[in-house]
Design a protein around this ligand. Structure first.
Ligand code: PGA
Length: 263
């Protein structure tokens, strides 16, 4: 039995916009999508602002009753306490944040986040009612060595260890090959499908067929309006995690409307 999975398009703004720019972007995105009569029950639209912009974007979303969903780029593994600079799950949940990216390759690469910390952050997100978007992906050397499937499957198995099948069914995985992030280098749709299918297969082996059918798997890495349709045409790709193109309302709206483009 297959579970219908609502496509999810998430915009990772990284450390690019301040809160005023973020507010303008969300307003423009909303107008652009409304103009095109976007059906939010057909594609879920999420934005991941910097922590400094969460409050203003939340106020806008709530005040104007927008259907855009709020996410954050990172969460602490700890609930509260002396962790200078960190932002906790309860703090994010209180702000109306629903999704949180965990284990983005830039966190792994520049902040030394390892699989153990990524697993702790995933558990912390779930504990506080947030939906983790668990990011995995291989570096170029790993792909050249033909190890990309084993590598990303191991990252997912480690991040999800100890969770229940129900928890896994409700979360989101994002396959982002490191060599394709911000480089203009997009994995081919077949590359995306190969790994996304392998990740779903790994979920099935460990957590069962229902969790595998329900878990949403995104592709990320230089997604643009011109490349989204063929990526979304892949059976195991349920959406995209978009960086650079998500800070332009017109491009991001065009990605959200992937069904309008020829595959
Ligand atoms: P990019 O970033 O679309 O700019 O490659 C994707 C990401 O890092 O989430």
């Amino acid at each position: 039995m297959s579970t219908p999975r609502t496509p999810l398009i998430a915009g990772n703004w990284k450390m690019v916009l301040d809160h005023q720019q973020g507010t303008l972007l969300v307003q423009k995105l909303d107008w652009t999508l409304k103009d095109a009569k976007h059906d939010y029950s057909a594609v879920e639209v999420v934005v991941l602002p910097s922590h400094t912009s969460l409050r203003t974007v939340q106020t806008l979303i709530e005040g104007d009753k927008l259907s855009i969903v709020l996410g954050a780029q990172d969460v602490s593994a700890h609930d509260a306490g002396a962790y200078t600079g960190e932002v906790s799950g309860p703090q994010l949940a209180k702000l109306g944040v629903r999704y949180v990216a965990v284990g983005h390759s830039e966190r792994r690469q520049y902040h030394g986040e390892d699989d153990t910390l990524v697993a702790a952050k995933t558990a912390a997100a779930l504990k506080h009612g947030l939906v983790p978007i668990v990011c995995v992906g291989e570096a170029l050397e790993v792909r050249r060595a033909g190890q990309h499937v084993e590598f990303t499957v191991a990252q997912v198995e480690s991040a999800l260890a100890g969770l229940s099948p129900e928890q896994v069914a409700g979360l989101v995985l994002a396959y982002e090959p490191v060599w394709a992030i911000g480089t203009g280098e997009v994995a081919t749709p077949e590359d995306a499908q190969e790994v996304c299918a392998a990740l779903r297969g790994a979920v099935g082996r460990v957590f069962g067929a229902d969790a595998a059918a329900a878990v949403r798997v995104l592709y990320g890495g230089s997604v643009k309006p011109a490349s989204i349709a063929s990526i979304m045409a892949q059976p195991d790709v349920d959406g995209a995690l978009v960086g650079g193109a998500s800070t332009d309302a017109v491009d991001f709206a065009s990605i959200v409307r992937f069904r309008d483009h020829p595959a």
